[in-house]
Design a binder for this molecule. Structure first.
Ligand SMILES: [Ca+2]
Ligand SMILES: [Ca+2]
Ligand SMILES: [Ca+2]
Length: 421
């Protein structure tokens, strides 16, 4: 017999291949005897925030967690979120990119790619609303996942509940009380929005403001409010009565402004402009339903003087030299200004002017127009003037003077006319 080394070599190689195959089968076959089959195990959790809702209805946000606690990847996951009857999905659902959701009240169906063993999906946050209910009752929301073969499906549903609590209403003014020191003729007022700090919608709002003695009505700014002014509208007294539509929890009304002018009040008088707010629903507290603005009346000081025309151009104010006329061809405006207070003076046909001011430090600012120009004169109180301003007005101002209540300052300015006079 003659050996054929090439042939034997081929056979050995086949045998080696067979042994290898048997070994592999053997390894696979021994595994089931020592461990459970590798399976996915989806776990669903659900929570709501807030967990309570007023009995008039409200909203909450459901958070759904999904985790694969198993030892194998899941299949594609389908998650069904079910709302109770009378609930609805809210606006502003933001679905993470890893999820796809179709929200059709009362159920949402969301899908997710297979979750690897040990992996956790990005949580789903789903705002939802609930209608009115009975205090103590619960509203249940649930989410159930399916995702192929699992070691357990007992943990595939997460559930959370909202409990109805008594709703509250608390409307209030958001502005703080204010105090002013003002002189006769000045305007002061109330300016505030109204908010509802409760958990339930308010009823209609009403604000009444009696007109204090020593003042006259100045005005109202009330877009969003309906305001009337009358002899008996503020609880039978002269004043304002304004109404506004109900406010949702946390909602602010439009800004309400009520203003009065001090007229005929005496120095030392204290004038309170007080607004009282009410709503048709029962409130948690009425302590925040009034707002006051107080004006304490000061004795005014007076700044007066004249814009005189130097007719003979000798830079001196001579007897008989007239005042400049008010208007576009004369004294355009005189402003008496100080820290925190400015008055536009009343200018008379004879060139004299007067302004009532709060006690304080002031200077007079003069604006005159052609044919008049300012001059330098010992009889003029201007410390600065500019005739070539580039505009129609020539401008000049006096030095400062400090006045207490009842005191008076006389501040004059000299001008010449470019026409012979
Ligand atoms: Ca499971
Ligand atoms: Ca209140
Ligand atoms: Ca003169």
């Amino acid at each position: 017999m003659s050996a054929n080394p090439g042939h034997r070599l081929v056979r050995l190689s086949v045998l080696a291949g067979s042994a290898l195959a048997l070994t592999m089968v053997g390894l696979l076959a021994t595994a089931p005897a020592s461990a459970a089959p590798a399976r996915a195990d989806l776990v669903v959790t659900a929570s709501v925030d807030p967990t309570e809702v007023p009995d008039t209805g409200g909203s909450s946000t459901l958070t759904v967690g999904l985790h694969n606690a198993g030892t194998n990847a899941s299949g594609n996951v389908t998650l069904v979120v079910s709302l109770a009857a009378g609930s609805w999905f809210g606006d502003g659902v933001s679905v993470p990119p890893s999820w796809q959701c179709a929200l059709v009240t009362p159920a949402a169906t969301c899908t997710h790619a297979p979750l690897a063993a040990g992996a956790t999906a990005v949580p789903l946050r789903i705002p939802f609303g609930v209608g009115a209910g009975t205090v103590g009752d619960q509203v249940v929301v649930s989410a159930t996942a399916t995702g192929g073969r699992e070691s357990s499906t007992a943990n595939n549903t997460g559930q959370a509940s909202l409990r109805y609590i008594p709703g509250t209403v608390d409307v209030r003014f958001t502005s703080e009380p204010r105090d002013h020191e003002l002189i006769d003729g000045e305007v002061f007022g109330l300016h505030s929005v109204v908010s509802n700090d409760g958990t339930s919608p308010s009823g209609d709002l009403t604000v009444t403001v009696p007109l204090p003695a020593g003042t006259v009505r100045h005005g109202e700014s009330h877009e969003g409010w309906a305001c009337g002014y009358g002899d008996d509208l503020a609880g039978g007294q002269p004043g304002w009565r304004c109404t506004h539509a109900p406010l949702r929890p946390g909602e602010n009304s439009s800004l309400l402004g009520i203003t009065a002018t001090i007229s005929g009040a005496d120095p030392g008088d204290v004038l309170d402009l007080t607004a009282t707010l009410s709503t048709t629903s029962t409130e948690t507290t009425l302590d925040n339903n009034t707002l006051r603005t107080r004006a304490t009346v000061l004795q005014s000081a007076t700044v007066r003087g004249i814009v005189w025309v130097d007719s003979d151009r000798d830079n001196v104010r001579d007897a008989g030299e007239p005042g400049a006329p008010p208007g576009d061809e004369g004294i355009y405006q005189i402003v008496v200004g100080g820290q925190g207070f400015t008055a536009v003076a009343t200018v008379n046909p004879d060139g004299t002017y007067t302004a009532q001011v709060r006690p304080g430090t002031y200077r007079s600012e003069f604006y005159v127009r052609d044919p008049y120009s300012f001059i330098t004169s010992p009889d003029s109180d201007l410390v600065y003037y500019l005739n070539e301003t580039g505009g129609r007005n020539k401008y000049g101002y006096s030095g400062s003077v400090t006045l207490a209540g009842g005191e008076e300052a006389v501040i004059d300015a000299g001008v010449v006319s470019k026409y012979l006079s």
